[in-house]
Design a protein around this ligand. Structure first.
Ligand code: ATP
Ligand code: AH0
Length: 366
């Protein structure tokens, strides 16, 4: 049995999620504490600059200019996140077998066999004096895979622990949304489905100055523009069968015509729900139930719209099952680190398009 800490810095650029789990790399035997270390405004500003600059990268290990500065900030924020997490929860570093460190994605272009996550694992391992696994996506992309999503193996472990029959989808609504389809022990299919909250967050910031539509309060007052959604869904990405993945900014060019903020928020919320449900005809069977995690699960209007689109399937929040909405990806990278240590697969032909199930991750030692 291993005690693993996982850390995720997602596409929303809000901060670092931290979680501890106990696992043998197959089953998850216990969920430990979870934590969150927000980025400061300066750190977030640096990350935004790095994301803009990263479009020029052609190599995974290049760190020119502001990208190098952002990498240093990411590493320090994660060191701070682990150190305070251990102190707050009274856990000793000698009790931790491995830390799974995803880093921050600044560019994702799997068609060019390029996915770039910044964060210096050697420096982190030295700072926290615990072995750190990183570079989870590299081997997959080098082998021709999408390099994302990587949470499906963890979703499968959680779904198996429920002991329910029938096809189930676990969906994560973060900045980008992804879905894992599980049907029995042998069927695991996954992909990104389209926008999560990123388009809506960007719209909110632009039109209201708020970072996101808390509890869907603005969308609730507006009317979705069905014809804009229908035309946005014509983007060729949505017709592609899984596996497939996205860069945070792949849909940034979609522009809403001028309209009141409430209608804009309602339209983008409905678009996210419709893009998730668009995966159903591309799956072997219609899922009987949907389990929703990620920040979008906290948006009741998003959930209501998803329920409408997925009916008659049941749509429930992950926390209703005792799973974490916010820490699930961090837990997943702890789980994947434990799997990586044992040489178990992290990704599969039907989750990322790799030719064969692949292990991955690189260990940095203190
Ligand atoms: N109470 C809430 N009401 C509405 N939306 C919310 C609420 N809480 C969080 N969110 C949304 O969730 C987002 C954060 O989601 P999350 O932390 O899952 O993203 P992430 O992990 O950075 O992204 P990704 O999974 O794409 O890497 C926020 O930016 C916001 O849009
Ligand atoms: C390249 C990259 O970092 N992709 C992220 C992003 O955020 C959500 C979605 O797009 C997903 O594909 C992935 O993260 C999750 C944790 C994953 O790999 O499963």
């Amino acid at each position: 049995m291993m005690t693993a800490i996982g850390m995720m810095s997602g596409t929303s650029l809000d901060g670092v999620d931290v979680a501890l789990i106990e696992t043998d790399g197959e089953r998850v035997t216990a969920f430990g504490p979870t934590g969150y270390r927000p980025y400061t405004d300066d750190e977030r500003g640096l990350l935004r600059e790095a994301l803009a600059e990263a479009v020029n990268l052609t190599r995974r290990d290049a760190r020119p200019g502001v990208i190098g500065k952002a990498e240093h900030a990411v590493t320090m924020a994660h060191a701070d996140a682990v150190t305070s997490f251990l102190a707050r929860n009274g856990v000793g570093r000698e009790d931790i077998d491995i830390v799974g460190f995803h880093g921050q994605t600044v560019l994702h272009r799997p068609a060019q066999r390029l996915t770039v996550q910044i964060g210096d694992a050697d420096a982190l391992a030295k700072a926290i004096r615990v072995p750190v696994m990183h570079d989870f996506r590299a081997a997959d992309v080098a082998a021709g895979g999408q390099g994302a999503p990587f949470v499906p193996a963890y979703h499968r472990a959680l779904a198996q622990s429920l002991g329910r029959d029938g096809p189930t989808c676990v969906v994560n609504i973060g900045g980008v949304s992804n879905v894992t389809y599980i049907d029995g022990a042998d069927t695991l299919i996954a992909c990104d489905t389209g926008p999560g909250n990123a388009l809506l967050d960007d719209f909110m910031l632009r039109t209201t100055g708020e970072p996101f539509d808390r509890d869907g309060r603005l969308a609730e007052q507006g009317h979705p523009d069905a014809s804009w959604i229908a035309s946005a869904l014509k983007h060729p990405f949505f017709a592609l069968p899984p596996p497939k993945s996205l860069d945070r900014n792949d849909f940034a060019s979609l522009v809403l015509p001028d309209r009141p903020p409430a209608d804009g928020a309602a339209t983008l919320t409905a678009f996210t729900a419709a893009a998730i449900a668009r995966i159903v005809p591309l799956l072997p069977k219609a899922p009987e139930r949907w389990i929703v995690a990620g920040g979008g699960a906290r948006n009741p209007i998003m959930l209501e719209m998803l329920r409408e689109k997925c009916a008659p399937a049941a749509v429930e929040r992950a926390d209703a099952l005792g799973w974490s909405i916010d820490a699930m990806e961090a837990q997943a990278f702890g789980y994947l680190a434990a799997r990586g240590l044992k040489g178990l697969p992290l990704s599969y032909p039907a989750t990322t398009g790799v030719p064969v199930p692949m292990t991955g991750g690189v260990v940095a030692r203190p």
